[in-house]
Design a protein around this ligand. Structure first.
Ligand code: HEM
Length: 575
């Protein structure tokens, strides 16, 4: 089917964003690989086409759990690992954003058990983790790990599927397929479905553990919605914000039809997400210099409102290295707690991360009464530092529901990189114009530990090498700054519907765009939708005495929706 070049709104599945090739940016297409100067894709499978990466010598790479234990155990780090400036909201928004742009298709587990014969030996499907006999937490032996669903490319090389659209297009809110969008919407209405103002729970959905009502798990635009309670909070906030904006637009424009109200609200939600992501969130991870180097900031409103960064030659698809490693930097910022905080920022209930994976209980209890308490925890408490020490909750107890033992996120990240044929750390340093590390002692404090594990520096896995890098501004290290900077530049310049674009049928008016750029605050969105009364204006940073103190929500600016009172949209509708 041909694309409608005059369409005012994006498709739900990202197709037709690029009018030269309607599949570019669509959900359910292949992750991208970087190419070398000769146009060859960069990857590293042991057999050149699909067997997990091996050591350069041809032998095995070190056991992933051993690497995790030796390099990323929180006990190897200082007793206090909190970040001085970043809040837990940075972590949670980062997780939400990573789900916004990618979801690898993986056959479901535990339904598929790679520790059972005969599939255990089927390397096309299984790549189980091996827990060494001296492990002090996880039971020695086999731990389940299923390989990502393969799709062979034209050269017969194994590739992986991104089920999400790579754009920052609120697919976490609206879904990445029309089919899911239809489930999420109230039929013939501008509203998204809710369940007592909470995420909707259609009957019979049993994709989570321990819901308040059996078989009533929340559904959202992304199916990992219950991975952690704080992630469910992000989903809940944006769901409510859509319904709030849509209701306002309907009041302002009673002559608009339901579909117009829905799509206009969706367009505003997407613009807010793009504004927050590129101006407030990414700088907290990449730092000012990298933001400028990759031209990630939106145009400063004092210099002009519109900006045209679109390049139809750019493919926004997520790179393999970003999927298996760079965007997983956030695993190191997680703390072991998901507490409740009161209006005064005091912790009133301690909840452990390890008890909450894939369980919506905390957000569903008492009709969602805990949600503001979780949200205040996000605003009031510190994230963990970006470094190579990962909270035990993630490294020893991950996915331990419905039954122990848990798993290890670090071992999984390593194993995932290898099974997807993602090249080793030094290859990415070279791509990023950084000097490859040729001697173990150049890795600093953990050089000796690495030497014990790997044969040579070129064998070191990307996630490990890059997480050991240090940045003077306490951001992710230079390799991840480069990979994430590059990726977010592709996502921005490869998006025909980018919110700052002028002179298009879908463009905002100058006044609307100005209001979005000047007045969008994640703190205000939390205030408006969760009944919070006091919060710091920049929720990604902790409240402090130097200008980011907690203030009344009323003092935080807001988008002026009256600018959407218009006759523009209906002229087209009534044609
Ligand atoms: C409590 C919070 C979190 C939990 C329980 C969690 C858990 C997981 C799990 C189980 C996987 C799949 C591992 C695999 O088999 O490959 C994963 C993948 C991933 N995680 Fe997390 N994670 C959390 C937070 C975060 C944060 C804060 C970020 C980034 C800021 C992040 C970024 C990613 C990315 C990019 C992937 C790959 C997604 C894909 O395959 O498409 N996660 N996480």
């Amino acid at each position: 089917q041909a694309c409608d070049a005059e369409a005012k709104y994006r498709t739900i599945d990202g197709s037709c964003n690029n009018l030269n090739n309607q599949g570019i940016g669509k959900s359910n297409t292949l992750f991208e690989r970087c190419v070398d100067r000769n146009g060859n894709k960069i990857f590293d499978y042991a057999d050149g086409s699909g067997l997990p990466r091996a050591a350069k010598s041809g032998g095995k790479l070190p056991n992933a759990r051993l690497v995790s234990q030796a390099i990323m155990n929180q006990r190897l780090g200082p007793p206090i690992q909190s970040d001085r400036t970043r809040s837990a909201q940075v972590v949670s928004y980062g997780q939400f954003l990573s789900h916004e742009v990618m979801e690898t298709e993986i056959p479901p587990f535990p339904e598929n058990d790679c520790c059972e014969k005969p599939q255990m030996d089927n390397i096309d499907f299984c790549f189980p983790l091996e827990i060494p006999s001296n492990d002090n937490v996880l039971p020695p032996g086999c731990l389940n790990f299923v390989r990502a669903t393969p799709r062979m490319d034209a050269d017969g090389v194994r590739q992986q599927i991104n089920l999400a659209t790579p754009f920052v297009d609120a697919s976490t809110v609206y879904g990445s397929t029309q089919e899911l969008n239809d489930i999420l919407r109230v039929p013939y209405s501008y509203l998204l479905k809710t369940d007592n103002n909470l995420l909707p729970t259609p009957p019979g959905v049993n994709t989570c553990f321990d819901p308040v009502i059996p078989n009533r798990c929340p559904v959202a635009g992304d199916r990992r919605v219950s991975e952690s309670p704080m992630l469910s909070v992000q989903h809940s906030v944006w769901l409510r914000e859509h319904n709030r904006i849509a209701t306002e637009l309907h009041i302002l424009n009673p002559h608009w039809n339901q579909e117009t109200v829905f799509q206009e609200a969706r367009k505003i939600i997407i613009a807010m997400l793009q504004q927050i992501t590129y101006n407030d969130f990414l700088p907290t991870i990449l730092g000012q210099t990298t933001m400028e180097r990759f031209k990630l900031f939106s145009r400063d409103v004092n210099e002009g409102v519109f900006d045209d960064s679109y390049d139809p030659k750019v493919n926004p698809q997520i790179l393999d290295s970003v999927n298996v490693a760079a965007h997983r930097y956030g695993h190191s910022q997680l703390t072991n707690n998901q507490n409740f905080a009161d209006e005064g920022c005091n912790t009133v209930t301690i909840n452990y991360l390890k008890d909450t994976f894939e369980s919506p209980r905390l957000v569903q209890q008492n009709n969602g009464a805990n949600i503001p308490f979780l949200a205040r925890h996000l605003a009031c408490s510190a994230s963990n530092k970006l470094d190579n020490f990962i909270a035990d909750g993630m490294r020893n107890f991950l996915l331990r529901l419905p039954e122990a033992p848990g798993s290890d996120i670090v071992a999984r990240n390593i194993q995932r990189g290898r099974e997807q044929g993602v090249s080793g750390y030094n290859i990415w340093r070279k791509i990023c114009g950084l000097e490859p590390i040729k001697s173990f002692n150049k890795f600093g404090e953990f050089g000796n530990a690495l030497k014990e594990l790997y044969n040579e520096p070129d064998d070191v896995d990307l996630f490990i090498g890059a997480m050991l890098e240090k940045d003077p501004g306490f951001n992710v290290g230079p390799t991840f700054q480069c990979l994430l900077g590059m990726q977010y530049q592709l996502i921005k310049s490869g998006d025909r519907f980018w919110y700052e674009r002028p002179c298009e049928i879908f463009s905002f008016t100058e006044a609307q765009l100005k209001s979005i750029k000047k007045n969008t605050r994640i703190s205000k969105i939390f205030c408006r939708n969760l009944g919070i009364h006091r919060i710091q204006e920049n929720m990604f940073f902790l409240p402090n005495r130097k200008g980011n103190n907690r203030i009344l929500c009323d003092e935080i600016p807001d988008i002026d929706l009256s600018l959407w009172r218009s006759a523009d949209v209906d002229r087209r509708e009534n044609r």
